[in-house]
Design a protein around this ligand. Structure first.
Ligand code: FES
Length: 151
């Protein structure tokens, strides 16, 4: 009985929140419970970007056979930035560097089911950080390749 009441209260809170703020249901769920939050040690690709709002996003990528097999994010920002970082990491899984180019602020917003205009920069910060982490990986692999060629 108590569980049912709790679920009803949670659903009501969710409904009110979604109506007032314009977030999609997936965004709301990730704000409450972001996935892949944390730090990866010795990542193959890493970036830390501070957005115009002053919040910082970090993305960590690990590749295996040229596909992402681990991704994580960390942020000191708002609930919205945590949801965006979560989606950026989630959307990166299993992708090649080429496929990763499609994970942008726009595609993150789409996956979130929308966000209010004043919070959309959080998705762009996550997308930009992900692309910077990819760029870090590409720079490292290109440099390592050249060093191998030179012996
Ligand atoms: Fe700065 Fe969300 S308000 S990233």
């Amino acid at each position: 009985m108590a569980d049912n009441v709790n679920d009803d209260v949670k659903n009501l809170q969710k409904e009110i929140f979604l109506k007032n703020d314009g977030y999609g249901v997936p965004a709301f769920d990730r704000m409450i419970k972001p996935l892949y939050r944390g730090v990866l040690s010795n990542p193959d690709g890493y970036a830390r970007v501070t957005g115009p709002c002053g919040d910082t996003m970090e993305i960590f990528l690990r590749f295996e056979n040229d596909r992402i097999n681990e991704a994580a994010f960390e942020t000191d920002g708002c609930g919205s930035s945590a949801a965006c970082g979560s989606f950026a990491a989630e959307m990166a899984f299993g992708k090649t560097p080429d496929e990763l180019l499609d994970v942008t602020g726009e595609s993150i917003l789409e996956k979130m089911g929308g966000a209010p205009e004043k919070e959309q920069h959080c998705a762009h910060l996550a997308g930009e950080t992900l692309q910077e982490a990819l760029s870090d990986y590409m720079t490292k692999t290109t440099t390592a390749g050249k060093e191998e060629e030179l012996g």
